[in-house]
Design a protein around this ligand. Structure first.
Ligand code: N01
Length: 547
């Protein structure tokens, strides 16, 4: 969005609905934040949600094969033991539809819907210094005024559709996976093109291939993927989970990524090649992101990482029968897990089907779309349907789109023109009483999301309670505290191999023109939690609290 095209002053006064807090978004974070502020603190709260239902990212991402890569018993709220006891997941990894059922259950159980306005997209938010209130406008012209503005907009909610010349002339239908039609898409008998081989493309390809006449996958960057080995949960596991919620929470809170498994305290290069192979084999058979936890040094030592990377490349070569296809799929240019590693169900096996073709668009880039399909520098691919699994303008995209203006009309887009600058990923200097749940600079996407969300919501709730109990009108970070935090975020990333995936969305490198800044905090959730707690213990160190 062009910053210059947007007004910097609040629109002419219109009657506003007065609130204590306004929350934008009704996914995991918006729902829990609503519950916390409305029912625990007793505030007047409104949630505005662009979708017609709860669910956030899961409301929009209905593409074929959409499934979470956190195990279901860890992909849920842990704030309520009753909720933990009454909900039962059916599979090891929850599918999109089941996650939607869960979040709808949460909304009903806590009577949240009455405080959510659906189908309502925020078009602007302006901070009024004199009144110390946020004035929030929606696309349909409603106006709200709130003391606290809390964004719960998710990190992966702004679809990134590549700017491909001629796309408007394509005679077939095209879709982005993050804006999938609710009625679904029928691929039966169709020639389908799929652009993108991140977590989404890797999940979608096997499912699309089942019904399409032909699936052509356009791969720009080859990717690692581990088998998910998704399966129905046994009754024994369901009983175990309910009997051990405190223990599971303990593991999730002590692991850097917030998952329900621990990283093994051993080094890859301390093991013999045979031992390493056996451990990787066992992890491969077990499946899922836990593969990454086989050794503790996989994300900090390139030599250690190479052993895992080569194991997976060898797996790809052993699964994919056509050697030329296997070579393109295993020609991976970044360390293992430096980009978010997908987990899959028969992804590499899909290339053994007669109706699936892989196109290497690094070797022969896409030139344009034509009325009939996609043209690369080598040839034309006739298509009926084009699917873009091309990811998101991650983390900053949804915030920048909201047209947020802080003190003296300062636009967030202006404040972040060289990349996001926040304090703890929670607040931005110059934007008093604005809180960003899982904002850039927090662990967010490097953590199992519900764990990151619960920590942020609890921190924000405690903070607002503190402000109210002490007659404090506003809170915002000191600019120098935000600068120091940005340095810490960079240091944490540079201590890992993560920045070595130079085209990853963690760096904003997937969106043309976006500043390259490593956005999430890579120091691990337990360390981050401790820092946030210490900041509070020191009287909200780094923040300005004013009356
Ligand atoms: O998006 P991505 P995603 N021409 O950005 C390619 C979460 N998630 O939607 O790498 C050709 O990772 C791009 O190529 P390259 C998870 O955190 C979780 O897959 O830029 N190709 C890449 O291959 C994940 O990381 C789950 O060279 C183009 C792909 O599109 C995040 O969401 C499931 C292109 C985009 O990959 C995002 O995943 C799904 C172009 N112009 C998602 N532009 C689970 O929980 C982009 N690409 C399991």
């Amino acid at each position: 969005m062009s910053d210059h095209a947007t007004p910097t002053l609040a629109p002419v006064a219109a009657p506003a609905t007065e609130l204590d807090a306004l929350i934008v978004g009704a996914g995991f974070s918006g729902l829990y934040q609503l519950l916390s502020l409305r029912d625990r603190l007793g505030l007047s709260v409104q949630v505005l949600e662009a979708g017609d239902g709860v669910g956030g990212t899961w409301y929009w991402n209905r593409y074929p094969g959409a499934r979470c890569d956190s195990e279901s018993h860890s992909y849920m709220f842990y704030f309520s033991e009753e909720l933990l006891q009454e909900w039962e997941w059916s599979e090891r990894y929850p599918g999109q539809a089941e996650i939607m059922r869960y979040l709808n259950h949460v909304a009903d159980r806590f009577d949240l819907r009455r405080s959510i306005r659906f189908g309502t997209r925020v078009s602007a938010a302006h901070y009024d210094d004199a009144a110390n209130r946020w004035r929030v406008t929606t696309e349909s012209g409603q106006v709200w005024s709130a003391r606290y503005l809390i964004t719960a907009v998710g990190c992966l909610s702004t679809a990134n559709v590549p700017d491909i010349a001629g796309l408007n002339d394509f005679k077939g239908d095209w879709y982005h996976t993050g804006q999938w039609p609710h009625e679904g898409v029928d691929f039966t008998g169709k020639r389908v093109g799929l652009v993108g081989t991140g977590s989404t493309g890797i999940q979608a390809a096997p499912v699309i291939a089942e019904t399409a006449a032909h699936l052509t996958v356009f791969q720009r960057t080859a990717n690692y993927s581990m088998p998910a080995h998704n399966a129905p949960l046994t009754d024994e596991f369901k009983r175990y989970m309910k009997a051990h919620t405190a223990e599971i929470r303990g593991v999730m809170h002590s692991s850097p990524n917030g998952h329900s498994f621990s990283i093994r305290p051993r080094l890859a290069l301390d093991s013999s090649p045979e031992e390493r192979q056996a451990l990787y084999e066992a992890a491969w058979r077990k499946g899922g992101l836990e593969f990454r936890a086989t050794f503790q040094d996989l994300l900090v030592s390139k030599a250690a990482n190479d052993t895992a990377a080569e194991f997976i490349r060898a797996k790809i070569r052993s699964i994919v029968k056509d050697p030329a296809t296997a070579a393109v799929l295993s020609d991976i240019d970044h360390p293992f897990a430096a980009k978010r590693p997908p987990i899959d169900t028969h992804y590499f096996e899909t290339y053994n089907r007669d109706n699936v073709t892989l196109v290497d668009v690094r070797a022969a880039p896409i030139v344009c779309a034509t009325p009939e399909g996609i043209r690369t520098t080598e040839r034309d691919y006739p298509l009926d349907i084009l699917v873009f699994a091309t990811g998101f303008d991650a983390m900053t995209g949804p915030l920048m789109k909201m047209n947020i203006h802080g003190r003296d009309g300062l636009a967030l887009n202006e404040a972040w023109h060289a990349g996001p600058r926040s304090y703890l990923g929670l607040q931005v200097a110059g934007f008093p009483n604005l809180f960003t749940i899982t904002g850039p600079g927090s662990p967010s996407v490097l953590c199992n999301m519900p764990v990151a969300i619960e920590q942020h919501v609890d921190w924000i709730t405690d903070c607002i309670a503190h402000l109210r109990e002490n007659g404090i009108e506003r809170i915002e970070p000191r600019p120098e505290a935000a600068d120091q935090w940005v340095d810490k975020v960079n240091e944490a990333a540079n201590a890992t191999l993560l920045p070595q995936a130079s085209h990853s969305w963690y760096l904003g490198a997937n969106v043309p023109g976006k500043p390259r800044v490593f956005m999430p905090y890579a120091g691990g959730m337990p360390r981050y939690r401790a820092i946030c707690n210490e900041v509070v213990a020191k009287g909200y160190e780094g923040f300005v609290l004013s009356r």
